[in-house]
Design a protein around this ligand. Structure first.
Ligand code: SAM
Length: 329
Protein backbone atom coordinates (compact mmCIF):
# COMPACT_ATOMS: atom_id res chain seq x y z
CA UNK A 1 0.00 0.00 0.00
CA UNK A 2 1.39 3.39 -0.91
CA UNK A 3 0.36 7.01 -0.99
CA UNK A 4 3.36 8.09 -2.96
CA UNK A 5 2.68 8.24 -6.69
CA UNK A 6 6.38 8.02 -7.52
CA UNK A 7 6.31 4.48 -6.11
CA UNK A 8 4.55 3.51 -9.29
CA UNK A 9 7.67 3.86 -11.40
CA UNK A 10 8.54 1.75 -13.26
CA UNK A 11 5.05 1.27 -14.61
CA UNK A 12 3.42 -2.04 -13.95
CA UNK A 13 1.62 -3.62 -16.82
CA UNK A 14 -0.27 -6.69 -17.87
CA UNK A 15 0.83 -8.69 -20.84
CA UNK A 16 -1.94 -7.66 -23.20
CA UNK A 17 -0.45 -9.82 -25.98
CA UNK A 18 -2.47 -12.69 -24.53
CA UNK A 19 -5.56 -10.50 -24.43
CA UNK A 20 -5.91 -9.07 -27.93
CA UNK A 21 -9.33 -7.59 -27.08
CA UNK A 22 -7.54 -5.02 -24.93
CA UNK A 23 -6.24 -3.47 -28.14
CA UNK A 24 -9.78 -3.04 -29.35
CA UNK A 25 -9.66 0.65 -28.47
CA UNK A 26 -6.07 1.18 -29.54
CA UNK A 27 -6.83 2.80 -32.86
CA UNK A 28 -5.47 6.26 -33.45
CA UNK A 29 -8.35 7.07 -35.83
CA UNK A 30 -10.88 6.51 -33.03
CA UNK A 31 -8.91 8.61 -30.59
CA UNK A 32 -8.48 11.37 -33.15
CA UNK A 33 -12.29 11.49 -33.52
CA UNK A 34 -12.52 11.81 -29.72
CA UNK A 35 -9.96 14.61 -29.64
CA UNK A 36 -11.57 16.49 -32.52
CA UNK A 37 -14.88 16.50 -30.66
CA UNK A 38 -15.10 20.09 -29.42
CA UNK A 39 -18.33 19.52 -27.44
CA UNK A 40 -16.81 16.60 -25.53
CA UNK A 41 -13.45 18.22 -24.83
CA UNK A 42 -15.01 21.52 -23.74
CA UNK A 43 -17.43 19.81 -21.34
CA UNK A 44 -14.70 17.73 -19.72
CA UNK A 45 -12.34 20.71 -19.54
CA UNK A 46 -14.90 22.83 -17.72
CA UNK A 47 -15.83 19.91 -15.43
CA UNK A 48 -12.15 19.59 -14.43
CA UNK A 49 -12.15 23.32 -13.64
CA UNK A 50 -14.91 22.81 -11.04
CA UNK A 51 -12.73 20.49 -8.94
CA UNK A 52 -10.22 22.14 -6.60
CA UNK A 53 -6.72 21.07 -7.67
CA UNK A 54 -5.03 18.53 -5.38
CA UNK A 55 -2.22 15.97 -5.35
CA UNK A 56 -3.43 12.92 -7.24
CA UNK A 57 -5.84 12.50 -10.14
CA UNK A 58 -6.68 9.07 -11.54
CA UNK A 59 -7.80 8.98 -15.18
CA UNK A 60 -9.60 5.70 -15.91
CA UNK A 61 -9.62 4.76 -19.60
CA UNK A 62 -7.03 7.44 -20.24
CA UNK A 63 -6.49 6.65 -23.94
CA UNK A 64 -4.22 9.46 -25.14
CA UNK A 65 -4.13 10.72 -21.54
CA UNK A 66 -5.46 14.18 -22.40
CA UNK A 67 -7.90 14.40 -19.47
CA UNK A 68 -5.22 13.48 -16.92
CA UNK A 69 -2.74 15.85 -18.59
CA UNK A 70 -5.31 18.69 -18.64
CA UNK A 71 -5.78 18.11 -14.90
CA UNK A 72 -2.03 18.56 -14.40
CA UNK A 73 -2.11 21.81 -16.34
CA UNK A 74 -5.04 22.80 -14.10
CA UNK A 75 -2.88 22.38 -11.00
CA UNK A 76 -3.02 18.71 -9.96
CA UNK A 77 0.40 17.39 -8.99
CA UNK A 78 0.36 13.83 -10.26
CA UNK A 79 -1.78 11.89 -12.74
CA UNK A 80 -2.18 8.12 -12.74
CA UNK A 81 -3.37 7.08 -16.19
CA UNK A 82 -5.08 3.68 -16.34
CA UNK A 83 -5.34 2.43 -19.91
CA UNK A 84 -5.43 -1.19 -21.12
CA UNK A 85 -4.19 -0.61 -24.65
CA UNK A 86 -0.41 -0.84 -24.82
CA UNK A 87 -0.40 1.27 -27.93
CA UNK A 88 -2.44 4.08 -26.33
CA UNK A 89 -0.37 3.86 -23.13
CA UNK A 90 2.76 4.33 -25.23
CA UNK A 91 1.18 7.32 -26.95
CA UNK A 92 0.09 8.82 -23.60
CA UNK A 93 3.69 8.44 -22.40
CA UNK A 94 4.84 10.27 -25.54
CA UNK A 95 2.29 13.08 -24.98
CA UNK A 96 3.37 13.49 -21.36
CA UNK A 97 6.98 13.86 -22.53
CA UNK A 98 6.01 16.22 -25.35
CA UNK A 99 4.39 18.50 -22.77
CA UNK A 100 7.20 18.26 -20.22
CA UNK A 101 4.94 16.37 -17.78
CA UNK A 102 6.64 12.95 -17.67
CA UNK A 103 7.74 13.35 -14.04
CA UNK A 104 4.18 13.91 -12.96
CA UNK A 105 2.60 10.96 -14.78
CA UNK A 106 2.33 7.26 -13.93
CA UNK A 107 0.93 4.98 -16.59
CA UNK A 108 -0.79 1.76 -15.60
CA UNK A 109 -1.29 -0.42 -18.67
CA UNK A 110 -4.26 -2.48 -17.54
CA UNK A 111 -8.01 -2.58 -17.40
CA UNK A 112 -9.27 -1.01 -14.19
CA UNK A 113 -10.73 -4.34 -13.10
CA UNK A 114 -7.28 -5.97 -13.40
CA UNK A 115 -5.42 -3.33 -11.38
CA UNK A 116 -4.11 -4.34 -7.96
CA UNK A 117 -5.92 -1.71 -5.89
CA UNK A 118 -3.48 -2.20 -3.01
CA UNK A 119 -0.90 -0.43 -5.16
CA UNK A 120 -3.06 2.63 -5.72
CA UNK A 121 -3.04 5.59 -3.31
CA UNK A 122 -5.53 5.34 -0.46
CA UNK A 123 -6.27 9.03 -0.79
CA UNK A 124 -7.20 10.49 -4.17
CA UNK A 125 -8.13 14.06 -5.12
CA UNK A 126 -10.00 13.44 -8.37
CA UNK A 127 -11.20 10.49 -10.45
CA UNK A 128 -12.00 11.20 -14.08
CA UNK A 129 -13.24 8.68 -16.61
CA UNK A 130 -14.49 9.07 -20.14
CA UNK A 131 -15.71 5.51 -20.60
CA UNK A 132 -19.23 6.53 -21.50
CA UNK A 133 -19.30 4.87 -24.93
CA UNK A 134 -22.45 5.12 -26.96
CA UNK A 135 -24.67 3.36 -24.43
CA UNK A 136 -22.86 4.03 -21.09
CA UNK A 137 -21.40 1.10 -19.14
CA UNK A 138 -19.78 -0.08 -22.35
CA UNK A 139 -16.50 -0.87 -20.66
CA UNK A 140 -15.85 -3.24 -17.75
CA UNK A 141 -14.40 -0.48 -15.59
CA UNK A 142 -17.78 0.73 -14.31
CA UNK A 143 -18.24 -1.86 -11.58
CA UNK A 144 -14.86 -0.94 -10.14
CA UNK A 145 -15.14 2.84 -10.18
CA UNK A 146 -16.70 3.00 -6.71
CA UNK A 147 -13.54 1.45 -5.23
CA UNK A 148 -11.70 4.56 -6.41
CA UNK A 149 -14.53 6.94 -5.51
CA UNK A 150 -14.46 5.59 -1.93
CA UNK A 151 -10.87 6.84 -1.68
CA UNK A 152 -11.69 10.41 -2.72
CA UNK A 153 -10.93 13.08 -0.17
CA UNK A 154 -14.11 14.80 -1.36
CA UNK A 155 -16.81 12.50 -2.85
CA UNK A 156 -17.86 15.28 -5.24
CA UNK A 157 -14.56 15.00 -7.11
CA UNK A 158 -15.57 12.30 -9.57
CA UNK A 159 -16.16 13.09 -13.24
CA UNK A 160 -18.74 12.06 -14.41
CA UNK A 161 -20.80 12.15 -11.23
CA UNK A 162 -24.15 10.79 -12.41
CA UNK A 163 -26.00 9.88 -15.57
CA UNK A 164 -28.90 8.08 -17.17
CA UNK A 165 -29.34 5.73 -20.10
CA UNK A 166 -32.71 6.49 -21.67
CA UNK A 167 -34.87 4.49 -24.02
CA UNK A 168 -37.81 5.49 -26.21
CA UNK A 169 -40.02 3.10 -28.23
CA UNK A 170 -40.57 4.28 -31.78
CA UNK A 171 -43.25 3.56 -34.37
CA UNK A 172 -40.91 4.61 -37.18
CA UNK A 173 -37.56 3.26 -38.32
CA UNK A 174 -34.93 5.72 -37.18
CA UNK A 175 -31.97 4.59 -39.27
CA UNK A 176 -31.58 4.25 -42.98
CA UNK A 177 -28.79 1.72 -42.83
CA UNK A 178 -29.69 -1.83 -41.96
CA UNK A 179 -28.94 -5.44 -42.71
CA UNK A 180 -30.69 -5.18 -46.08
CA UNK A 181 -28.97 -2.05 -47.26
CA UNK A 182 -25.25 -2.63 -46.77
CA UNK A 183 -22.41 -5.09 -47.25
CA UNK A 184 -24.21 -7.64 -45.12
CA UNK A 185 -26.83 -7.98 -47.84
CA UNK A 186 -24.09 -8.63 -50.42
CA UNK A 187 -22.70 -11.34 -48.16
CA UNK A 188 -26.20 -12.72 -47.75
CA UNK A 189 -26.86 -12.84 -51.47
CA UNK A 190 -23.51 -14.62 -51.86
CA UNK A 191 -24.87 -17.29 -49.52
CA UNK A 192 -23.12 -16.26 -46.32
CA UNK A 193 -25.18 -15.53 -43.23
CA UNK A 194 -23.60 -13.05 -40.79
CA UNK A 195 -25.70 -12.21 -37.72
CA UNK A 196 -23.51 -9.53 -36.15
CA UNK A 197 -26.02 -6.79 -36.98
CA UNK A 198 -28.61 -8.51 -34.80
CA UNK A 199 -26.14 -9.10 -31.98
CA UNK A 200 -24.88 -5.69 -31.09
CA UNK A 201 -24.71 -1.96 -31.70
CA UNK A 202 -22.53 -0.31 -34.27
CA UNK A 203 -19.39 1.14 -32.81
CA UNK A 204 -20.18 4.64 -34.06
CA UNK A 205 -23.87 4.60 -33.25
CA UNK A 206 -26.39 4.85 -35.99
CA UNK A 207 -28.74 7.82 -35.70
CA UNK A 208 -26.67 10.56 -37.20
CA UNK A 209 -29.55 13.03 -37.36
CA UNK A 210 -29.56 14.05 -33.69
CA UNK A 211 -31.92 16.95 -34.36
CA UNK A 212 -34.59 14.51 -35.55
CA UNK A 213 -34.46 12.65 -32.22
CA UNK A 214 -34.46 15.87 -30.19
CA UNK A 215 -37.48 17.15 -32.12
CA UNK A 216 -39.39 13.88 -31.69
CA UNK A 217 -38.70 14.00 -27.94
CA UNK A 218 -39.80 17.63 -27.76
CA UNK A 219 -43.08 17.05 -29.62
CA UNK A 220 -43.86 13.80 -27.78
CA UNK A 221 -43.53 11.44 -30.76
CA UNK A 222 -40.80 9.75 -28.77
CA UNK A 223 -41.32 9.24 -25.04
CA UNK A 224 -38.26 8.30 -23.08
CA UNK A 225 -37.92 6.24 -19.90
CA UNK A 226 -34.86 5.53 -17.81
CA UNK A 227 -33.31 2.15 -18.56
CA UNK A 228 -30.26 2.35 -16.32
CA UNK A 229 -28.41 4.97 -14.30
CA UNK A 230 -25.34 5.69 -12.23
CA UNK A 231 -24.79 8.09 -9.37
CA UNK A 232 -21.56 7.97 -7.40
CA UNK A 233 -23.28 9.74 -4.51
CA UNK A 234 -25.63 6.72 -4.18
CA UNK A 235 -25.12 3.20 -2.89
CA UNK A 236 -25.02 1.11 -5.00
CA UNK A 237 -23.99 3.59 -7.70
CA UNK A 238 -25.15 1.60 -10.71
CA UNK A 239 -28.81 0.70 -11.33
CA UNK A 240 -29.52 -1.77 -14.13
CA UNK A 241 -33.10 -2.67 -13.43
CA UNK A 242 -34.65 -2.79 -16.85
CA UNK A 243 -37.91 -0.98 -17.48
CA UNK A 244 -41.49 -1.36 -18.61
CA UNK A 245 -42.28 0.88 -21.55
CA UNK A 246 -45.57 2.15 -22.84
CA UNK A 247 -45.67 1.18 -26.54
CA UNK A 248 -45.39 3.82 -29.24
CA UNK A 249 -48.77 4.84 -30.66
CA UNK A 250 -49.52 2.91 -33.84
CA UNK A 251 -47.19 -0.01 -33.10
CA UNK A 252 -43.55 -0.23 -32.11
CA UNK A 253 -40.83 -1.15 -34.60
CA UNK A 254 -37.85 -0.58 -32.30
CA UNK A 255 -36.26 1.59 -29.65
CA UNK A 256 -33.98 4.60 -29.53
CA UNK A 257 -31.28 4.68 -26.84
CA UNK A 258 -29.48 7.82 -25.68
CA UNK A 259 -27.89 9.20 -22.53
CA UNK A 260 -27.46 12.33 -20.47
CA UNK A 261 -24.77 12.84 -17.90
CA UNK A 262 -23.84 15.34 -15.21
CA UNK A 263 -20.08 15.53 -15.41
CA UNK A 264 -19.34 17.74 -12.40
CA UNK A 265 -21.17 17.35 -9.07
CA UNK A 266 -20.65 21.09 -8.48
CA UNK A 267 -22.25 22.06 -11.81
CA UNK A 268 -25.62 20.24 -11.76
CA UNK A 269 -27.04 22.35 -14.58
CA UNK A 270 -24.32 21.43 -17.04
CA UNK A 271 -25.62 18.51 -19.04
CA UNK A 272 -23.54 16.32 -21.32
CA UNK A 273 -25.65 14.28 -23.72
CA UNK A 274 -25.08 12.33 -26.90
CA UNK A 275 -28.08 14.20 -28.36
CA UNK A 276 -26.00 17.39 -28.37
CA UNK A 277 -25.10 18.21 -31.99
CA UNK A 278 -21.79 19.65 -30.78
CA UNK A 279 -20.81 16.22 -29.45
CA UNK A 280 -19.44 14.37 -32.46
CA UNK A 281 -18.06 11.17 -30.89
CA UNK A 282 -21.26 9.69 -29.50
CA UNK A 283 -24.64 9.21 -31.15
CA UNK A 284 -28.03 7.85 -30.13
CA UNK A 285 -28.83 4.30 -31.24
CA UNK A 286 -31.76 2.76 -33.00
CA UNK A 287 -32.41 -0.93 -32.39
CA UNK A 288 -34.99 -2.61 -34.54
CA UNK A 289 -37.17 -5.41 -33.20
CA UNK A 290 -37.17 -8.76 -34.96
CA UNK A 291 -40.81 -8.03 -35.73
CA UNK A 292 -42.95 -4.96 -35.06
CA UNK A 293 -45.24 -5.04 -32.03
CA UNK A 294 -48.78 -4.15 -32.97
CA UNK A 295 -50.35 -4.64 -29.55
CA UNK A 296 -50.74 -2.06 -26.83
CA UNK A 297 -49.04 -4.39 -24.37
CA UNK A 298 -46.26 -2.91 -22.35
CA UNK A 299 -42.80 -3.69 -23.53
CA UNK A 300 -40.28 -4.96 -21.02
CA UNK A 301 -36.61 -4.24 -21.37
CA UNK A 302 -34.69 -6.82 -19.49
CA UNK A 303 -31.06 -6.30 -18.61
CA UNK A 304 -28.91 -9.35 -18.10
CA UNK A 305 -25.43 -9.52 -16.63
CA UNK A 306 -22.99 -11.59 -18.61
CA UNK A 307 -19.36 -12.55 -18.71
CA UNK A 308 -16.48 -10.45 -19.91
CA UNK A 309 -15.60 -9.33 -22.51
CA UNK A 310 -19.26 -8.38 -23.06
CA UNK A 311 -19.96 -7.11 -19.50
CA UNK A 312 -23.61 -6.22 -19.93
CA UNK A 313 -26.36 -7.25 -22.22
CA UNK A 314 -30.06 -6.76 -22.59
CA UNK A 315 -32.99 -8.07 -24.53
CA UNK A 316 -36.46 -6.76 -25.13
CA UNK A 317 -39.62 -8.66 -24.41
CA UNK A 318 -43.17 -7.89 -25.46
CA UNK A 319 -45.93 -9.93 -23.85
CA UNK A 320 -43.09 -11.95 -22.33
CA UNK A 321 -41.81 -12.93 -25.80
CA UNK A 322 -38.35 -11.74 -26.92
CA UNK A 323 -38.43 -9.24 -29.78
CA UNK A 324 -34.66 -8.85 -29.97
CA UNK A 325 -31.78 -11.23 -29.52
CA UNK A 326 -29.60 -10.70 -26.49
CA UNK A 327 -27.70 -7.54 -27.41
CA UNK A 328 -24.22 -7.12 -26.02
CA UNK A 329 -22.44 -3.88 -25.40
C1 SAM B 1 -13.71 6.86 -25.01
S1 SAM B 1 -12.01 6.46 -24.73
C2 SAM B 1 -11.53 7.88 -23.83
C3 SAM B 1 -10.07 8.24 -23.97
C4 SAM B 1 -9.64 9.49 -23.25
N1 SAM B 1 -9.93 9.43 -21.83
C5 SAM B 1 -10.30 10.71 -23.83
O1 SAM B 1 -11.18 11.27 -23.18
O2 SAM B 1 -9.96 11.08 -24.95
C6 SAM B 1 -12.15 5.17 -23.54
C7 SAM B 1 -10.85 4.50 -23.16
O3 SAM B 1 -11.13 3.55 -22.14
C8 SAM B 1 -10.28 2.44 -22.29
N2 SAM B 1 -10.87 1.28 -21.61
C9 SAM B 1 -11.71 0.35 -22.14
N3 SAM B 1 -12.04 -0.57 -21.22
C10 SAM B 1 -11.40 -0.22 -20.08
C11 SAM B 1 -11.34 -0.80 -18.77
N4 SAM B 1 -12.03 -1.90 -18.50
N5 SAM B 1 -10.57 -0.20 -17.84
C12 SAM B 1 -9.90 0.93 -18.13
N6 SAM B 1 -9.91 1.53 -19.36
C13 SAM B 1 -10.66 0.96 -20.32
C14 SAM B 1 -10.16 2.28 -23.78
O4 SAM B 1 -8.99 1.54 -24.14
C15 SAM B 1 -10.15 3.73 -24.25
O5 SAM B 1 -8.85 4.21 -24.43
Amino acid sequence: MTDNPSDFAPDFRLDSSTKPSLEEYGRFQQHLVLLEDAGRIERFRSAIDTVPAGDVVIDVGAGTGVLGLLSLIGGFQHAILIEPSRKMSAYARHLAALNGLSDRVTIVTARLEDVDFRLLPTSIDMVISETLSSVIFGFGSWDFMSTLVDRLRDPRNVIPSRGRLLVAPTSRRMATRGPDSDGLSILKSAGLTVDLFERTFRSAGNIYDKAEVALALANGTLQAAELASFDFGRNPPIMLDGVNLAPAPGGTVGIVLFWDVQLAARAPDEQFTNLDPLVTSWYPYYIEFTQPIETTAHIQLQLVACDAPYTYAFRILADCEPVTNVLYW
